[in-house]
Structure formats: C-alpha cells, structure tokens
Design a binder for this molecule. Structure first.
Ligand SMILES: NC(=O)C1=CN([C@@H]2O[C@H](COP(=O)(O)OP(=O)(O)OC[C@H]3O[C@@H](n4cnc5c(N)ncnc54)[C@H](OP(=O)(O)O)[C@@H]3O)[C@@H](O)[C@H]2O)C=CC1
Ligand SMILES: O=C(O)[C@@H]1CCC=N1
Length: 277
C-alpha cells in the first residue's frame, strides 16, 4: 500500500529517527522514498541519510512531491515550521502529526486549507518495531487516510484508534511511558549496585525480569494483580518489598505522574497555539 509513496519528515530529532529506523528496517517502503528536513542542522540530516540510507536532502522538492508529511518538531515550533513550508504543501497531502498536545484543527488552520491531518502518539520504541501508538483522525481525514496512517504505525509496533481528546492521556501513559520504565531500571540498577551486585549481571537480571513479566501479562487471561499475588509468598521477601513501596506511595506516585504528564500535554497544545498568535 505504501510502496510507491513518498514520506517527508519535517523535524529530524529522536521521534523522527525512531520512526525512520522502524520503517526502513521493516521495508514498508524503499528508504530512498523517505526524506527528512529540520530547522537547519544539516549534519543531523547527513547522519540520518548515512545511517538509514534515506534520500539526500533537497530543501523544497520533497515537501512539494511527498504523499505524506510527518510533522515531528516540538509543539512550540509547529507554527514557524508550517509557515516555512506552507507554500510548498498541497491540499491532497496526508499530514501525520506526532506532536504532543497539538490538535488536528490547529494544524489544518496553520496549513491554511482543510488538510487531512491524523494526530498520533507513538513512542521511541518504534525504532525497534515495538511502538505503542494511538491515532485519531482530524475532521478532514478519510477512512483511506486512516488506513494509510495505521499501516505506517503497524509497521513499527501496535496501533490503536482513539478519540482525539484521548490523545492527551495516551501521551501521559504510553508516549512518555518508556521513560518511566527506564527510570525504574535506573533505580533497580542503583539498588543492585548498593547490594553489591556486578552492574552487568544486575542489568541482565533486571531486563529479563521486565521482559518475562511483560510476556506473562500477554498470556490469555493474565491479570497483573493475580500475577503479583503469585509472586508474593506470605511473610516473604516480595511482601516485605511491596510494603515499602506502599509506604512510599508507589501507586499514587505513578497515578500522579501520568495525570501530570496528561495535563502537560494539554498545556503544551494550548501554549503552541498561543505562541503563534
Ligand atoms: N521523544 C519522544 O519520546 C516522543 C516525541 N513525540 C513528539 O515528537 C515531536 C518531536 O520530539 P523529539 O523528536 O523528541 O524532538 P527533538 O528535539 O529531538 O527534535 C525536534 C526536531 O524538530 C526540528 N525543528 C525545530 N524547528 C523546526 C522548524 N521550524 N522547521 C523544521 N524542523 C524544525 C529540529 O531541527 P533542528 O535540530 O535543526 O533545530 C529537530 O530536528 C514532539 O512534538 C513530541 O511531542 C511524540 C512521541 C514520543
Ligand atoms: O516529553 C515529551 O513532551 C514527548 C511527548 C511524549 C514523549 N516525549
């Protein structure tokens, strides 16, 4: 479906690289049909061209000729970025946004035409084909547009269709989510070091524990509270450890973290639209 399409990334940072890496390794379309541009860091573009074999830069042409534009700059930069490319865009292009907080209507208004915009929230695990992505169509996007966008994100992980207003919560949960897991690993590694374990041994044990637990949860009928109880022997080590987590407000901390990240997504969307005024 995408084999003859041209995709141009506007913004070439971490998220663009994760998607490019995933798309190229999954061979969803030839790497030479993928373009990336940014505000002006040409070394970064050269790095992506060399690393993934994507097409060499050409400032205006890929934007004019692309079938799909992927907006991948920070939300605060979207107005300036679109101002810079607006005259090269076409009304029939599909616009996929990965921007936190930023509404499809706002992007259409910046483009100045009823653009088919699909708002998405992937995560950086797209780089290894393991993103958890949610997508929502803007008011001018068709079913075919959604089908194309879903194909893109299914190539780099799983894709779930949600209502646009739910994307703030998705951002707090799974967009930012990899960072929470890395933070947990950092804390577990510190603890392992404190207990005298070799860091490389501790890392291997921690990662296999996380992978094993995630795979247990993927088994049919698995529930986290049941699995947790299965680990927790009465008066044993797990019960002792979990009691300390409860004393430190672990569950409340996680809920507050995701709530705050969700609110921040809402704030960033509002800030981006104020900046452009
Ligand atoms: N990082 C993540 O885990 C995730 C990020 N996102 C979203 O992805 C988007 C990008 O985030 P991330 O990749 O982390 O950010 P980065 O800071 O890594 O990259 C931002 C990119 O945008 C470019 N840019 C800035 N201004 C313009 C402009 N006017 N025209 C063209 N390009 C411009 C920058 O170019 P230059 O270097 O030249 O300044 C840079 O290439 C954000 O909106 C974020 O909400 C979504 C899901 C997960
Ligand atoms: O931190 C951020 O704002 C972006 C959005 C989700 C992950 N990173």
């Amino acid at each position: 479906m995408l084999h003859d399409k041209r995709i141009c990334f506007i913004g070439a940072g971490s998220m663009a690289e994760a998607l490019i890496s995933g798309l190229v390794s999954k061979k969803l379309l030839p790497a030479q049909q993928i373009y990336a541009n940014n505000r002006g860091n040409s070394d970064r573009i050269t790095e992506l061209v060399t690393r993934y074999g994507i097409a060499a830069p050409d400032k205006e042409d890929p934007i004019r000729t692309a079938d799909i534009l992927v907006l991948a700059m920070k939300p605060k930069d979207v107005a300036t970025a679109i101002e810079g490319i607006r005259s090269f865009t076409r009304p029939d292009q599909l616009v996929i946004s990965v921007l936190a907080g930023t509404s499809t209507d706002y992007i259409s208004s910046l483009l100045g035409h009823p653009a088919a915009v699909i708002r998405t929230m992937p995560n950086t695990s797209a780089a290894i084909g393991m993103s958890a992505t949610a997508l929502a169509p803007g008011q001018y996007a068709t079913e075919e547009d959604m089908s194309i966008a879903t194909t893109v994100f299914e190539a780099v992980g799983i894709a779930e269709v949600v209502k646009e207003e739910e994307l703030h919560a998705v951002t707090g949960l799974s967009g930012s989510g990899p960072a929470y897991v890395y933070y947990l690993v950092e804390a577990m590694e510190d603890a392992g070091r404190d207990m005298g374990l070799e860091p490389d041994v501790a890392r291997r044990l921690i990662l296999q524990t996380i992978i094993g637990a995630a795979n247990m949860l993927l088994e049919p009928g698995a529930e986290p509270d049941v699995l947790r109880r299965n680990v927790t022997s009465p008066n044993g080590t797990t019960a002792a450890g979990l009691a300390v987590l409860a004393e430190h407000g672990f569950q409340e901390a996680i809920r507050a973290c995701i709530r705050r990240a969700t609110e921040r997504s809402e704030e960033m969307g509002a800030e981006a639209s104020v900046t452009s005024k």
